[in-house]
Design a protein around this ligand. Structure first.
Ligand SMILES: Cc1cc2nc3c(=O)[nH]c(=O)nc-3n(C[C@H](O)[C@H](O)[C@H](O)COP(=O)(O)OP(=O)(O)OC[C@H]3O[C@@H](n4cnc5c(N)ncnc54)[C@H](O)[C@@H]3O)c2cc1C
Length: 409
């Protein structure tokens, strides 16, 4: 068992840290207020290999593994406590990865190099107005085969990156819909495919929601009225769209863990710097046990979360490189644990650190509100609610008969 990062991983961390502290940190408040990514940032991230970090080199990507993806996520979140940029980064890192695994060669050649260059945003669209947790039950969107194309009808909501995809970039989304409503079991009727999301995509009507956090990346939705999808944009086996979605969620969840941990690490650092110098009743705050004991508790929790997260990343790398006795069920368990723990603890840490700062925390001169609002998105539900993580963990511990739904074979 080796708990050290390799030299290559340490160098990569330093490179991303230098970049993020210089190019991102000074602009986070501005991003929060304008709702826009800093000008030119997408191109700079592309140049550093941070867009679609897991896209294989063959398709113009950096070919990074999940350890590297998580290292970068931690550093991006340390620089951007609002986590808008880490979200932009992680959605692409996870969902473009699933597409690279299962998409047709022609579609991958067409789409992935443009994702890596920052011309296309690569997103995920599974959630519908009827719900996001129960994809099988809530999906109403259909995809229908015609002689030379597929046609999609329905609606997706709470989708990240819709404004970006319909303004300065173009969007390509990993999307799910029923291809066969009569399939048994039902999840085998769900297909995954690439949906074009652009300003003028025929039949597509985008909408935007007004979020209260991570303002640099938008959340929106789109109604689809006979949106056309080329045949070769269907992803893999048409009966396995649900299974591919679960792979993508595992990938996203481990990087979300890294993101929330990066944000919490920075929050603690800010807090420690403050309580080392701020005095009350003649002593530095850090000398009072009412302050240092919660620090000790939170730090211990966070280090536990970090070990879980890096083990989950390691498992992703082992399992999907086909190197191991572990299976995707182990991956589902560990990535769910990473997603369950990190957002909740990060929120608790930032809240605690805000207390240490007194009134200063409640001003916009402090960065803490950015983090509190940002990480909460992940315990509310983005890429799966907390109870869904508990459900997965319970299922893996107790056995498949202890779930209230049919488990995919
Ligand atoms: C900021 C943000 C960005 C997002 N971006 C995207 C995106 O890019 N693409 C996308 O497809 N979706 C996106 N989502 C949607 C996200 O995936 C869903 O919010 C999530 O899947 C939960 O679905 P829901 O919100 O419809 O809640 P519901 O499914 O209605 O669930 C409501 C609550 O009930 C709980 N619950 C559900 N089932 C059970 C059960 N069996 N037992 C106990 N509790 C249960 C859930 O955990 C949740 O707390 C985003 C969400 C947010 C907040």
């Amino acid at each position: 068992m080796d708990f050290e990062f390799s030299q290559e991983e340490e160098m990569f961390r330093q490179t991303v840290r230098d970049f993020a502290q210089k190019e991102i940190r000074p602009y986070t408040r501005e991003m929060d207020e304008t709702g826009k990514l800093p000008k030119g940032l997408v191109k700079k991230m592309a140049d550093l290999g941070l867009l679609g970090i897991t896209i294989p080199e063959k398709y113009g990507g950096p070919g990074g593994n999940f350890m590297l993806a998580c290292i970068a996520a931690e550093e991006l979140a340390r620089a951007d406590l609002s986590i808008a940029i880490p979200v932009f980064y992680l959605v692409e890192a996870s969902w473009a990865w699933v597409f690279a695994r299962h998409g047709t060669e022609e579609a991958k050649q067409e789409i992935l190099p443009k994702v890596a260059k920052g011309e296309y945003f690569f997103g995920i669209a599974t959630t519908e107005p009827g719900g996001g947790s129960d994809i099988v039950g809530a999906t109403k969107t259909t995809i229908t085969e015609e002689s030379d194309k597929y046609v999609v009808n329905g609606e997706k909501v709470y989708i990240s990156g819709v404004r970006e995809s319909t303004t300065e970039m173009k969007g390509r989304y990993f999307t799910t819909a029923y291809l066969d409503k009569k399939a048994s079991p039902k999840h085998r009727g769900i297909a995954a495919f690439i949906l074009p999301v652009e300003k003028d995509t025929p039949g597509l009507t985008p909408t935007l929601f007004e979020d209260w956090g991570r303002m640099g990346i938008s959340t929106g939705g789109f109604a689809m009225d006979n949106v056309e999808v080329p045949k070769h944009w269907l992803i893999g086996d048409p009966k396995k769209g649900f299974v591919y979605s679960m792979e993508g969620f595992s990938a996203a969840r481990v990087i979300i863990g890294a993101t929330c941990i990066g944000c919490a690490l920075e929050g603690l650092e800010i807090g420690m710097n403050y309580i080392r110098q701020r005095k009350a009743f003649g002593k530095e705050l850090g000398k009072y046990e009412g302050i240092s004991f919660p620090l000790a508790e939170w730090y211990s929790k966070l280090m536990g979360d970090r070990l879980v997260m890096y083990k989950a990343a390691w498992l992703m790398d082992q399992v999907y490189a086909g190197k191991t006795k572990y299976s995707h069920f182990d991956v589902a368990l560990w990535t769910a644990m990473a997603k369950l723990r990190a957002p909740i603890d990060a929120f608790g840490i930032l809240n605690e650190v805000a207390d240490w700062h007194g009134a200063f925390a409640y001003t916009k001169d402090s960065e803490l509100d950015l983090g509190i609002r940002g990480v909460r998105s992940y315990s509310i539900g983005a890429e799966g609610g907390m109870n869904i993580m508990r459900l997965i963990i319970g299922r893996e511990l107790l056995g498949k008969e202890f779930v209230p739904y049919d488990r995919p074979k």
